[in-house]
Ligand binder design. Structure first.
Ligand SMILES: [Zn+2]
Length: 254
């Protein structure tokens, strides 16, 4: 019977190798999901600094700079269905959560950390057939818990349905466009005495996180500030020509 179990495991592993594209999602080297070198790019937590800080932009830590091999790796997960990248990218997100939490002195080690995933638009769910930010949040929570951090996922927000296509709009227009995009889910209360960390994949203008923080913050007078953590942040200055990755083809709203 033991042999059967072993065989089953070996078969499963072999099938996994057949089914999954075993190339690094960042640089394309064969044999791994994410090579050591590319994985290292996801372990550089830093404060995200959008070019024009929207008023009310929450303190946000990104695990990586959205440039070089980070871009194809995030897009492989997000747009090209490589859902198996949820684990490594979730680990990166957990690192960003831990870093942003460390900057809040009033939050002791026992303060529960609630990860609030930004809800997807209905259109994005239709196109992708999955909620990739929720997948990231789940993986990050598991990672934080295994590191002894009292973390949980809290789906507190919903889209109000007011968001429009923001492509081609200025930062100010985007903000006006996004105003009132999020609301706390009916029947849900924003818990007190917890650290709320909004989580998303990539931050660019910061408008989406700002709107989401406003939706949560309105009900939290006197409590700890709403924070945010993301896998990657668009660099403030464009990388040097020739060293930059291909331009992102993905339309972003935030
Ligand atoms: Zn690589």
């Amino acid at each position: 019977m033991r042999a059967v179990g072993e065989l089953a495991r070996a078969t499963a592993a072999a099938l996994t190798d057949l089914v999954l594209p075993r190339i690094c999602a960042g640089c394309g080297v064969p044999g791994v999901l994410l090579c050591r070198r590319c994985a290292g790019r996801f372990a550089q937590p830093h404060l995200a600094q959008p070019r024009r800080f929207p008023a009310g932009f929450p303190p946000t830590v990104a695990a990586a700079v959205y440039a070089g091999p980070v871009r194809p790796a995030v897009n492989a997960f997000k747009e090209h269905g490589r859902a198996e990248l949820a684990r490594p990218l979730g680990v990166a997100l957990a690192l960003a959560v831990a870093a942003v939490r460390a900057g809040v002195p009033e939050a002791g080690p026992g303060t529960p950390v609630l990860l609030v995933p930004l809800p997807a638009t209905r259109a994005a769910l239709r196109v992708r057939g999955r909620d990739h930010v929720a997948e990231l949040a789940r993986a990050a929570v598991a990672e934080l818990q295994s590191a002894g951090v009292p973390a949980a996922e809290a789906r507190l927000l919903r889209r109000t349905g007011r968001v429009l296509d923001s492509a081609g709009l200025s930062a100010a227009q985007r903000r006006a466009n996004l105003a009132g995009t999020f609301a706390v889910l009916t029947g849900r209360e924003v818990p007190r005495g917890t650290l709320l960390v909004l989580v998303d994949d990539v931050v660019t203008s910061g408008a989406t996180l700002t709107e989401a923080a406003a939706a949560l913050g309105g009900t939290r007078q006197g409590d700890t500030p709403v924070l945010a953590a993301v896998v990657a942040a668009t660099p403030r200055r464009a990388p040097e020509p020739g060293r930059a990755g291909p331009p992102a083809r993905t339309r972003r709203t935030g």
